[in-house]
Design a protein around this ligand. Structure first.
Ligand code: ARG
Length: 277
């Protein structure tokens, strides 16, 4: 090899190394490094949309409503989700499913967040992260109007057929607070109410605002004054674990909505939407 060729090879190598070092440095602050640490919040912002998982059988939290001949999912959870999307500068996309499947779909990234009147209990908190509580409600009981005199307190429910939503905490609540209940767990609250009005079950345990909502639309049903205890109470937004940025953003929106008394307003709006069915 002539000296000239050797020099050319060395020079090329040196230039190549310099080039590598340079691009490496610029990437440090540029796109490639960002690619590596892209948070789910970055991904949401890049895609221009955030996908909500919800179970629209729970008025006034979330429910179906026909507007101008088109089916819509509305409710105060949806109004909150819209605000979260707005604060992030992205569009809200809604995926609806049965309540019992929500956390699995969240964990497998089919949805980015969940609002479904979900109680942040310790068991779920092992699998997903929860925002601060944005709404509080107690657990109540729906029965048939004709049974008003029969079911006055929890003790009267002993051995009765009790309807609960599959995967919801009401299943545990009913098992723990009612004596030897016959539990019937169904995927949808709307189907529980159907079973109740056709006499297949004796009572349904749901959050009180939901009890009121179903009773409003069905003259044969009655929401009792019975209240079940629940230490974990309240609703929170769920996100996948290690989504700190997204969770922080969601908490900021919740904090703003609470400060502006917006959540109360959304609840009133949702109840009004049910009225003009
Ligand atoms: N708060 C209860 C729970 O977290 C029930 C929520 C049911 N929500 C619904 N959209 N169906 O288990």
């Amino acid at each position: 090899m002539t000296k000239k060729i050797k020099n050319i090879i060395v020079l090329t190598l040196v230039l190549a190394i310099i080039a590598i070092i340079f691009t490496g440095c610029s990437k440090e602050t540029g796109s490639v490094k960002d690619e590596g640490i892209k948070t789910s919040l970055d991904k949401i912002k890049d895609s221009g949309k955030i996908v909500l998982g919800t179970s629209p059988d729970y008025p006034p939290y979330e429910f179906h409503k026909e507007i101008n001949g088109k089916d819509n999912i509305v409710g105060f959870d949806i109004a909150i989700a819209e605000e979260i999307a707005k604060d992030l500068g992205v569009k809200l996309e809604i995926k609806s499913m049965e309540f019992g499947g929500l956390l699995a779909d969240l964990k497998t990234s089919k949805v980015d967040f969940v609002l479904a009147g979900m109680t942040p209990d310790a068991e779920r908190a092992k699998e997903v992260d929860f925002s601060n509580i944005y709404y509080n409600a107690e657990h109540g009981l729906v029965i048939n109007k004709k049974d008003i005199d029969k079911y006055k307190e929890i003790a009267d429910l002993k051995g009765k057929n009790i309807g609960v939503q599959k995967g919801a905490i009401q299943e545990d609540i009913a098992k723990e607070q009612i004596e030897s209940p016959q539990i019937k767990a169904l995927g949808k609250v709307s189907n529980l109410m159907l079973e109740l009005s056709t006499g297949k079950i004796d009572a349904v345990v749901v959050e009180q605002p939901v009890a009121q909502a179903y009773v409003k639309n069905n003259d044969a049903l009655h929401a009792t004054d019975i209240v079940f205890k629940d230490e974990d109470g309240g609703s929170a937004v769920a996100v996948r674990k290690e989504n700190e940025e997204l969770l922080e953003a969601i908490n900021k929106t919740i904090e703003r909505l609470m400060k502006e008394n917006k959540i109360e307003e959304f609840v009133i709006n949702a109840n009004e939407m049910m009225d003009n069915e």
